[in-house]
Design a binder for this molecule. Structure first.
Ligand code: GRF
Length: 335
């Protein structure tokens, strides 16, 4: 290589490394930011929490090895199985112990409880999940209209609705209601710092259907976005014509019990339909039955699959659902 090329090669390598380092550090910064929002901690606490994870993890591995040596099981599937069981049992205790000198005991008790609830090992106390922030209580007096989104899936519609109303002068998404610990929509609520109400079947269907909790938060309007439980009569009576749903097909066809997700799209394609679409409708005591508020259509191509149709339908939902909700709340009679 000529000496003429040498400096430019060095410059190129230097610049390449600099770009890579800045990209990696930006990725880490974003990751730390997201963790801070998710766990609701500041920078110092995040550092301490990560230290506890690291030390707790190492302690678990170390103790696990000691116990395995003591049990003296031959390496093989049984060894692996016993090892997995042992470290699964030791890990929560190790992080809890390590968290004490780091002053993070209460963070880790909450963290482990949440994990237990997601894995359905412990029951979460739903009564205390719903904590309306001061600001939303002040809004009650200032004429803000509060929406609750009921969702139990990924929550892509919930995200679009939250985005749409983020800086809205008179409408606020104030509560996410979910029946499924671990659902994607809960991570969205966490990141957006929106209160969550995890509901239980018994209270929903045989108790007060959470009407008191919703009223206490000033919830005026309920938006279902991928919520699969039927809405109980008590809630319908309390919020008559104030509960709406979105269905991924053109009702009255392809609706009713069991018609959700890809089942709807499969049925539409199998029936040889040339078009499908979305339906936004009021919720009554039957599945997908209330008065229709809005419909929009998409064409079905010859080689359409349930997945490609789902994608089209989703973007139609994202585009229209937030606007229709806004319209309904601001101009209830369409006048
Ligand atoms: C949407 O397709 C909606 O029509 C149906 O449930 C789905 C929810 O999707 N009711 P996502 O969780 O909002 O992505």
């Amino acid at each position: 290589m000529s000496s003429f090329c040498q400096p430019s090669l060095y410059t190129f390598t230097f610049m390449w490394n600099a770009i890579a380092v800045s990209k990696i550090s930006r990725t880490f910064a974003r990751m730390f930011e997201r963790l801070q929002t998710k766990w609701k901690v500041n920078g110092t606490q995040l550092f301490l929490v990560l230290c506890v994870f690291a030390l707790g993890g190492s302690a678990t591995g170390y103790l696990g090895k000691i116990i395995m040596n003591w049990l003296s099981i031959d390496r093989g599937w049984l060894w692996t199985l016993v090892y997995i069981i042992i470290i699964t049992l030791i890990w929560p205790m190790a992080v809890l112990l390590v968290s004490i000198p780091f002053g993070q005991f209460s963070f880790f008790t909450r963290y482990l409880k949440r994990m237990g609830a997601r894995m359905r090992i412990v029951k979460e106390n739903t009564e205390y999940r719903i904590k309306y922030p001061e600001s939303s209580i002040q809004h009650l007096a200032s004429g803000i209209r509060h929406i609750a989104i009921f969702a139990s899936g990924t929550g892509s519609n919930a995200q679009k609705i939250i985005d749409h109303f983020r800086d809205h002068p008179s409408i606020s998404v104030s509560l996410i209601v979910c029946n499924k610990p671990g659902a994607g929509v809960l991570a969205i609520a966490d990141a957006e710092q929106i209160p969550v109400l995890i509901i239980e079947k018994d209270i929903f269907f045989r108790g007060n259907a959470y009407v008191d909790e919703l009223r206490r938060g000033g919830i005026e309007f309920i938006v279902l976005a991928g919520f699969l439980w039927k809405i109980p009569q008590k809630l319908i009576d309390a919020y008559r014509n104030k509960i709406i749903n979105i269905h991924p097909a053109l009702l009255p066809n392809y609706g009713g019990k069991g018609m959700y997700g890809s089942r709807v799209h499969e049925a539409v394609i199998n029936a040889g339909e040339k078009e499908s679409g979305i339906t936004i409708h009021y919720v009554d005591e039957h599945y997908d039955n209330g008065d229709i508020i809005f419909q929009a259509k998409v064409n079905i191509t010859d080689n359409e699959t349930p997945e490609s149709l789902a994608e089209k339908i989703h973007s139609l939902e994202h585009k229209n659902y937030p606007k229709v909700i806004e319209q309904l709340i601001l101009v209830p009679n369409g006048s």
